[in-house]
Design a protein around this ligand. Structure first.
Ligand code: SF4
Length: 451
């Protein structure tokens, strides 16, 4: 079979729709791409997992996937061969029409009619999914397969895992046939426009802007934004300290004080019993305790084993440590309280105790969000990562191996795949990171109190 090398794939078409310069850089200047972002790798990995699982919705198919990313011509040939041989279910069916290459997750023939299914690791259909599918529809139908319908298969956020995963309940299928057909004219015009970008090999002139982040973060921002002046503007808002508000805040605190912080993971496919797609699962906490005014700090912490459901051991540890009196101080209490309520819902045997704990939670961030304590160096931000270096410069996240919640989640998710040596090292990093979050609150509160 004669195979024409493709000019555009679904990914490069999507890049080009976002920004023609991104398409050009991807094709001809890959060396200026940003250093790979670890969190993007994790999203990719989680998407792959969802795609494989969704194949179980359509059992008994034949895989037309290429052996490697450079052999899509084999995949196109295999798809044609499978269709000719009368296959009814093809995974990763691949087509090349007029220089545009597209694969679809599942292609099904039922009563002589063809149906296409594209799997997404989201919990709803997004506008960018319609655009992807519109391109797939164009390439598949132009290749001679008349599609009776085309669907997005996405995760069902109402699904609660009980025992083994039920793929029928985990996924929802939504027809997007009408929307996709409406986009066909646009797709044809865009393909020609983007093929020209590739043929011309001239870097398109595109100003940076909001499109650099939407619908996907572009991976050439270091290159394009390097000459854009970053405005080091100091906030025009003046220092403001509302002592009355602060006094009231302090008067409501009751010893012992517990400074508390959770870290969470958010698996796309529920890993544990009684959990849902993308549910935030707390796997770690840090708790600094001050029993009486001026007394020495105590520290308690919890970190899951990286394999089993950490929630019950975590909540037992927390309830034991916070007892039944004293104020529990969080930064952005909505987050911690939401996780506590979810834990109470999923582990009703602790419901009463958890709701008693929730009653005792106060939010330290509120002082900064309401700007009751405001210094121009905060630059309008009330993130602990910005407030801490201004108020307590001697305490810093910059020396830590893990400096953000996102990296903590990723590190924890990967723990089970690491060697014992790396696990020990990463567990230490996780504990240090979470500990600093609560120590930061202790020091910030001390600082305000002095002022
Ligand atoms: S950073 Fe912005 S302007 Fe540059 S290629 Fe990406 S989307 Fe286009």
């Amino acid at each position: 079979m004669n195979y024409t090398k493709h000019i555009l794939s679904k990914s490069t078409f999507v890049y080009g729709c976002q920004c023609p310069k991104r398409l050009y850089l991807h094709k001809f200047r890959p060396e200026v791409r940003n250093e790979e972002d670890k969190s993007q790798q994790s999203i990719f990995a989680s998407g792959t997992n969802v795609g494989l699982l969704a194949q179980e919705l359509f059992r008994g198919g034949v895989n037309a996937e290429p052996p490697d990313a450079f052999s899509y011509h084999l995949s196109v040939a295999k798809t044609q061969q499978l269709i000719k041989e009368g296959a009814n279910i093809i995974y990763e069916a691949c087509f090349n029409y007029n220089g545009v290459l597209c694969a679809i997750d599942v292609l099904i023939k039922n009563s002589k009619k063809w149906y296409a299914f594209e799997v997404k690791g989201t919990t709803s259909v997004k506008s960018q999914h319609i655009m992807d599918a519109a391109l797939q529809y164009h390439v598949i139908t132009k290749s001679g397969i008349q599609l009776k319908d085309i669907f997005i298969v996405h995760l069902n956020n109402q699904y609660v895992r009980r025992g083994e995963i039920s793929v029928q309940e985990l996924f929802t299928k939504q027809s997007i046939h009408t929307q996709v057909k409406e986009q066909q004219k646009f797709i044809e015009t865009k393909i020609e426009e983007l093929k020209k970008v590739v043929a011309d090999r001239i870097e398109p002139v595109v100003e940076v802007g909001k499109h650099c982040e939407s619908p996907y973060p572009c991976d050439f921002t270091d290159y394009c934004w390097k000459n854009v002046k970053v405005q080091e503007t100091k906030s025009e808002r003046e220092e403001y300290i509302n002592k009355e508000y602060l006094n009231e805040f302090f008067s409501e605190l009751q010893y012992p004080l517990f400074y508390f912080d959770f870290e969470t993971i958010m698996p796309a496919v529920p890993e544990f019993n009684i959990s849902r797609p993308y549910q935030q699962i707390p796997f770690q906490y840090s708790l600094h305790i001050q029993r009486t005014k001026g007394s020495e700090l105590e520290h308690k912490e919890f970190l899951g084993d990286g394999v089993s459901d950490p929630r019950e051991a975590l909540i037992k540890g927390l309830l034991g440590s916070v007892g039944n009196r004293g104020t529990i101080i969080c930064w952005n209490k909505t987050f911690e309280v939401s996780r506590l309520k979810e834990t109470a819902r999923d582990f009703p045997q602790y419901r009463i105790q958890i709701y008693e704990v929730i009653e005792r939670v106060v939010d330290l961030m509120i002082i900064f969000r309401k700007k009751m304590f405001y210094l121009p160096d905060f630059n309008e931000s009330y993130s602990i990562k910005n407030v801490l270096p201004v108020l307590v410069p001697e305490l810093s996240y910059s020396d830590l191996a893990i400096q953000k919640g996102g990296s903590a989640s990723l590190t924890y998710s990967e723990l089970k795949n690491q060697t014992e040596e790396i696990q020990i090292h990463q567990r230490k990093n996780l504990l240090e990171y979470c500990k600093l979050d609560t120590l930061a609150m202790v020091k910030i509160l001390e600082k305000i109190n002095k002022i």
